[in-house]
Design a binder for this molecule. Structure first.
Ligand code: ADP
Ligand code: MG
Length: 631
């Protein structure tokens, strides 16, 4: 019978291509990946067997067997875990299902060094076998099924799948046979294999047995890492465990290994990554921390275990109290689980707070990666809100460093009551917003908010220590009440701070010209340089939020804006001087529209009628040229 031939998913082919053609220095990690998969497979079967003991029968002793064969030049990694059936072989070893992966692979540049660094972070899992093997054979029998299958590939675009009929397949589990490339003989040497297992896989909780001729020898420690005392675990071992459990390839930024004793007992070994996982902003917002019950893996999808604003955590929680046969339904509303969740949440937040005070620079790195996720807790977890607030960091107009709300409040100006904010998509663009000018001039700090989540927690929190959050693009600017540096706020205001008669006249003309296009036209406190800006009225939605909602089609009609004009601006002064002159009011009406469009452009809003804008601009420019005396 002809073999069933299949092609790898395009992304897999691309990955394999890069892997095969790179001079990867850490080739030996292929063994870590295969052992990691074997261990996962045993965990899965151990769990399935809680409900269906017949799946393991008498052969309940889980193990991974490493067999180097010098004559055949093969290295075999065999487990007696859950195995795979025909369809699973095709899906699991022919595609990459993990979220975010397709985008990741598309971002690979084709430059070897750069790509390998990226892949190093991301991990190639099973496919790393092709770094050392010219052909990989996988023989698998799913626990409880009769038929075994053989998957074979040289890693160049295609693989085949055939039934195994000759009785040579083991009763269950997966056997990976690597036909080693030339020059890879080192992976046939028992001492070399022993060293690699010790280095990367010592923490694996089942025996890894090395077969050397007739001798069989367990080469790893084979006890679950988290059951050992902290003092006996090296940073390297923690790191290797993190790589295994989190499918991660970076350094852990923080390691939290604790044993809780008392009303409920459990051990947590949790890690905060030092780089952003690819699926951090997946809409499902799931965490992947693994739940164990008395050393038996239960699930990595128990969402009740942690709040989703801590979904960057990797690692395990091992409960002593939950029943082993705990079902998914039981996990939904389980009081033990709820208590673990609350204790672990507090512990994690507490450790973050410690880092924030003891090591602000390190903390800043954490915040850059995960701050946007943590802020979700401000509106999702009222119980922890007061614990989360001091952890939040901000960019602001006053310093390059990240600051806390307490830093901000401590620097407020005499007479300043509100905490001023501005929200937008990009920091650079925000910093150039005209609405900030008056605040800058008075030395009033403004928080620059660029995460979409800011639009949610801000209104939900409303205030901090009795200071309202207030957008500088909304309502009155109250700047008149705040003393500038070195200025006495009680001193009566100069008369020229008020719009002069001309400016009042100009405003009246603008209002008449613009009619319904704006809610109001008024003189601005918040501008010092620019001629005009748009602001939202006190009770209206923030302009940035409105834009976001419109982009996502959650909102049809936008509220009308207020156009603020700057009486201290040269152009505005000039226009004010034209008020009352014969025939000027038509031109002033044209200017009103031009300035409104200009304010929209600066705001990043689309112009409702770009051709009208162009026509007016040309018209006024032409007039300007006509007034120039000829040379
Ligand atoms: P990951 O382990 O991150 O999921 P891998 O590339 O290492 O990615 O493996 C892909 C998938 O193949 C695994 O998720 C698993 O479903 C399956 N798999 C790999 N090795 C084994 C094995 N030894 N036993 C059972 N399934 C396996
Ligand atoms: Mg894997």
């Amino acid at each position: 019978m002809a073999s069933e031939k299949r092609s790898f998913q395009a992304e897999v082919s691309r990955l394999l291509d890069i892997v095969a053609h790179s001079l990867y220095s850490d080739k030996e990690i292929f063994l870590r990946e295969l052992i990691s998969n074997a261990s996962d497979a045993c965990d899965k079967l151990r769990y399935a067997a809680l409900m269906q003991p017949e799946l393991v029968g008498d052969a309940a002793e889980f193990r991974v067997l490493l067999t180097p064969d010098k004559a055949a030049r093969t290295l075999t990694v065999a487990d007696n875990g859950i195995g795979m059936n025909h369809d699973e072989l095709i899906d699991n070893l022919g595609t990459i299902a993990r979220s975010g992966t397709a985008a990741f692979v598309q971002n690979l540049s084709g430059e070897q060094g750069k790509d390998m660094a990226l892949i190093g972070q991301f991990g190639v899992g099973f496919y790393s076998a092709f770094m050392v093997a010219s052909e990989v054979e996988v023989i698998a029998r799913k626990a409880g099924e009769a038929q075994a299958w053989r998957w074979v590939s040289d890693g160049r675009g295609e693989f085949t799948v055939d039934p195994v009929e000759d009785g040579s397949a083991p009763v269950r589990g997966t056997t990976v046979i690597l036909h080693l490339r030339e020059n890879e003989d080192e992976f046939l040497e028992p001492h070399r294999l022993r060293a690699i297992v010790k280095k990367y896989s010592d923490h694996i909780a089942l025996p890894i047995v090395l077969k050397d001729g007739d001798k069989e020898e367990t080469v790893n420690n084979a006890a679950a890492l988290w059951t050992r005392p902290r003092s006996e675990i090296t940073p390297e071992q923690y790191k290797e465990f993190y790589h295994h459990v989190g499918h991660s390839f970076d350094e852990p930024w923080l390691t939290l290994h604790n044993r809780a004793e008392g009303k409920i007992e459990y051990t947590n070994l949790l890690f905060v990554p030092s780089s952003k996982p690819f699926d951090l902003f997946d809409p499902a917002r799931k965490h992947h921390v693994k739940l164990y019950v008395r050393r038996v893996f239960i699930t990595d999808d128990c969402q009740a275990l942690l709040p989703s604003y801590l979904r960057f955590l990797r690692g395990i929680v091992d409960s002593e109290d939950l029943p082993l046969n705990v079902s998914r339904e039981m996990l939904q509303n389980n009081p033990i689980l709820a208590r673990m969740r609350s204790q672990i949440t507090k512990r994690v937040l507490g450790e973050l707070a410690k880092k924030a005070t003891d090591a602000p620079e390190e903390y800043a790195k954490f915040w850059e990666n995960f701050g946007a996720v943590v802020k979700e807790g401000l509106y999702e977890d009222f119980e922890q809100r007061d614990t989360i607030i001091p952890l939040v960091r901000f960019r602001s107009t006053a310093s390059e460093d990240l600051i806390s709300l307490d830093d901000y409040v401590g620097r407020m100006k005499p007479g300043q009551e509100a905490i001023y904010t501005i929200t937008g998509d990009q920091l650079d663009q925000l910093k150039r917003s005209p609405q900030l000018e008056g605040f800058r001039a008075k030395g009033v700090e403004v928080l620059l908010l660029t995460d979409p989540v800011d639009e949610f927690w801000l209104p939900s929190l409303g205030q901090y220590k009795e200071h309202q959050f207030k957008s500088v693009t909304r309502g009155g600017a109250d700047l008149a009440k705040i003393a500038a540096d070195g200025e006495d706020k009680d001193k009566p205001k100069e008369a020229d701070d008020k719009p002069s008669g001309n400016v009042a006249g100009l405003i009246a003309i603008f209002k008449l010209a613009l009619g319904d296009a704006v809610k109001d036209v008024r003189a601005s406190d918040r501008l010092t340089d620019s001629a005009v800006c748009l602001v939202a009225d006190e009770g209206d939605m923030d302009m940035h939020l409105e834009r976001l909602l419109k982009q996502h089609r959650q909102l049809d009609a936008a509220a009308k804006r207020i156009l603020e004009i700057n009486p201290r601006n040269k152009l505005v002064e000039g226009l004010a001087a034209m008020v009352g002159k014969e025939g000027a009011s038509n031109d002033l009406g044209e200017f009103a529209w031009l300035l409104l469009d200009q304010a929209r452009i600066v705001e990043g809003e689309p112009l409702p009628d770009p051709s009208a804008f162009a026509r007016r601009l040309s018209g006024l420019l032409e007039k300007g040229i006509a007034f120039q005396p000829a040379a």
